[in-house]
Design a protein around this ligand. Structure first.
Ligand code: CO
Length: 141
């Protein structure tokens, strides 16, 4: 069920500054940059081998990521686990009583099929299930 870490999401207040940070530290450029209005974020994907660093910046003060940064400051926001069959994984999560944010898969950044699991059900870490082969890390973006 747990194929690999698709991406690690880091909440940042200034996306340009964060991209520049990775550029000066690691000499890398984002593979993509995208505004995802349904999530209230602008995100940039930086490849790290077979996985990605997803820098996510809020598009406005009334967004979940803006509130996250207000509470916690910039930093680790979520981990995206890649799963082969997201429908089967969600069905399993429901069966074991997991606390889900998304009861059904939805389309996230990069056109990926995703579903979020509540941090209270993720040992304090927000978890994003990412359907293998969809969107980021699918190899066909
Ligand atoms: Co993500």
């Amino acid at each position: 069920m747990l194929e690999k870490i698709n991406h690690v999401g880091i909440a940042v207040s200034d996306l340009d500054a964060a991209i520049d940070h990775y550029r000066t530290r690691f000499g890398v450029e984002p593979e993509s940059r995208e505004r995802v209005d349904t999530d209230g974020v602008e995100e940039a994907l930086i490849r790290a081998g077979q996985s990605y660093i997803q820098l996510i910046a809020p598009t406005g003060p009334d967004t979940t990521v803006a509130r996250f940064i207000e509470r916690n400051g910039e930093g680790l926001h979520h981990i995206g686990y890649e799963v082969d069959d997201i429908d089967a994984t969600l069905a399993h999560f429901k069966a074991v009583g997991a606390r889900l944010i998304d009861a059904e898969p939805r389309i996230g950044g990069g056109g990926a099929t995703v579903a979020f699991v509540h941090p209270k059900d993720g040992l304090g870490t927000l978890i994003e299930l990412v359907a293998a082969g969809s969107g980021h890390g699918g190899g066909d973006r």
